[in-house]
Structure formats: C-alpha cells, structure tokens
Write a protein that binds this ligand. Structure first.
Ligand code: CAA
Length: 261
C-alpha cells in the first residue's frame, strides 16, 4: 500500500514512518491523519514488525503541527471536535501497540507535531530540532493531547510554562527539560533511532511489550493500583518460556534465544 503523504518502509522488523508533506513542513492535514491511522492499523496487524520509528521528510521539520489552512476553514464546534478526536484515536492505538514507537525529531516539532512526538514512547532529537506548543498564538489550545501528555511527562508547572507561552525550545534545552530523551547531530539521528530500535528488539518481546503497557497504564492509576497491575504482569511473565530462557541463558553465560512465548 502506498500513501500520498507518508512513506512507510519495513526492514528487518523495523518500520519507519516518514511524514512526507515537505512543502507544508509535513503539517498534518485530514488526508495525512487518515493515512497515519491506516499505517498504525497495518503495524498492529503485522507481528513481524518489532519497532517503529516516526520521522519527517526533509531537513527542516519533523511535523510543523496541524495544517493551519484546514483549521482556518473550520466553521463549527462539531468540526473542531472531530478534528481533535481524529488523532486522539490514533495516538491511543499507538500506545496500545506492543511495538516500541520512537520519534526521531529531525527539525521543527510544533503544535500537533510535538503532540505526535509526545504520543510516541521515546523521543530522540537532532541538534537542530525545536519543539513547542504554539497553539495559544493561534487562538487555540493543543488539541491532540499535547498539554496533558506534557503535564504527565514533565509536570504541571513546565506544562503551563510551555503551553501558555507557546515558546519554541531548542534541542539542548529540550533535553535538559526532559522533553526529549537524547540529542544527536542531524546526520546521526536516524542511525541512532535504528540502533535504539535494535537494542530494544534484542530484548524479550513479551517483556518489552508488557513493560510499555505497564508504564502507559500505570501512569493513569494510583501508585497502589499500578503496583498491583505490575505484580500481575510480573507473575504472568515468570511463567513464560522466555523468562525460563532468559534466566537459564544468564546462568549458562550465553545469549538468550527468544520465542516470544
Ligand atoms: N500548517 C500549514 N502550513 C504550514 C504549517 C502548518 N502547521 N507550518 C508551516 N506551513 C507552511 C507555510 O505556510 C509555508 O508555506 P508556503 O511556502 O506556501 O508559504 C511552508 O510551510 C514553509 O513554512 P515557513 O515559510 O513558515 O517556514 P519558516 O522556516 O519561516 O518557519 C516554522 C518555520 C517556524 C515551523 C513556521 O512555519 C511555523 O510557525 N509554522 C506553524 C507552527 C504552528 O503554529 N503549529 C501549530 C499548528 S496548530 C495545531 O497543531 C493544533 C492542534 O494542536 C491540533
């Protein structure tokens, strides 16, 4: 399947989604959102894919936000609500994927673009990247969960600072603030994302999938409920062939061979 605004490649168990509307700095219009939804569905149905990387085409932008020219034509609250809901559904599907989803932020990640990165599991950025939520400069609030994911990632004060100021944050500062996990020279970013994907996919598949789920679901629970949820997952993993293999391989001083069972 080919898409108009997205490049989708699968190699050696790693899928790369490249947002590809460079003339609009990869801004997310309705067509692109529909395509991203279809790609996420394709990944959910393909167990040969072990990790996902999302990046932007061109050297300037990851994604410069929702398509402002489309927002400008919205005439009813219902239309605006539907625009907001359109990506909420896709982002929750990404969170439910067993595969890790890595954002390789190769330039501007603003508004909906930063919200896309925040919906990924891990954010890597190039030295020339800039992130921010400038929606208030357009008379809006972040409509794709950005303020709320930011609050959960870095706390209420920093979320309010970034959302209310609309300030653009350069990569080094974004790293310091915990908005991205690592920063690389631009030419090394994709290689680093692939290397991280390979590191993660060398680990036990059920364990990495359930670790992602534990952290995502646990963030929505009280600590007491979250550790009870953790206990259930830990107990379940203790009975898997992979846990037997991982622990035996350690004791026999050899690499583990996973079955994903
Ligand atoms: N939507 C539509 N078109 C966009 C766009 C966007 N979000 N961002 C950039 N473009 C277009 C520009 O209009 C321009 O098109 P033309 O060449 O036809 O004029 C082209 O991309 C290149 O952009 P610039 O000339 O502006 O490039 P620049 O280097 O001078 O600036 C930038 C780059 C700082 C990223 C600037 O383009 C910018 O501020 N973009 C908008 C960022 C933004 O406000 N994003 C939030 C959108 S609202 C949102 O996301 C709502 C939500 O939460 C759901």
């Amino acid at each position: 399947m080919t898409y108009e605004n997205i490049l989708f490649e699968r190699t050696d168990g790693i899928a790369v989604i490249t947002m590809n509307r460079p003339r609009a700095l990869n801004a997310l219009n309705a067509a692109t959102i529909g395509e991203l939804n279809a790609v996420v569905d394709a990944i959910a149905a393909d167990s040969s894919i072990r990790a996902v990387i999302i990046t932007g085409a061109g050297e300037k932008a990851f994604v410069a936000g929702a398509d402002i020219s489309e927002i400008n034509t919205v005439t009813s609250a219902l239309q605006g609500t539907q625009l907001s809901e359109s990506l909420h559904a896709v982002f929750f599907k990404m969170a439910e994927l067993p595969q890790v989803v890595i954002a390789a932020i190769n330039g501007f990640a603003l508004g909906g673009g930063f919200e896309l990165a925040l919906a990924c599991d891990i954010r890597l950025a190039s030295e020339n990247a800039q992130v921010g939520l400038p929606e208030v400069t357009l008379g809006l609030v972040p409509g794709w969960g950005g303020a709320l994911r930011l609050q959960r990632l870095v706390g209420t004060g920093m979320a309010k600072y970034l959302v209310l100021s609309g300030e653009r944050i350069k990569a080094a500062e974004a790293l310091r603030l915990g908005l991205v996990e690592k920063v690389y020279p631009a030419e090394e970013l994709l290689g680093a994302a692939h290397a991280l994907a390979r590191t993660i996919t060398k680990n036990a598949p059920l364990a990495t999938a359930l670790a992602k789920r534990l952290i995502n679901r646990g963030a929505e629970m009280s600590l007491r409920d979250a550790v009870a949820y953790e206990t259930g997952i830990f107990g379940q993993l203790c009975t898997t062939a992979d846990c037997k293999e991982g622990t035996t391989a350690f004791l026999e001083k050899r690499p583990a061979v996973w079955q994903g069972e």
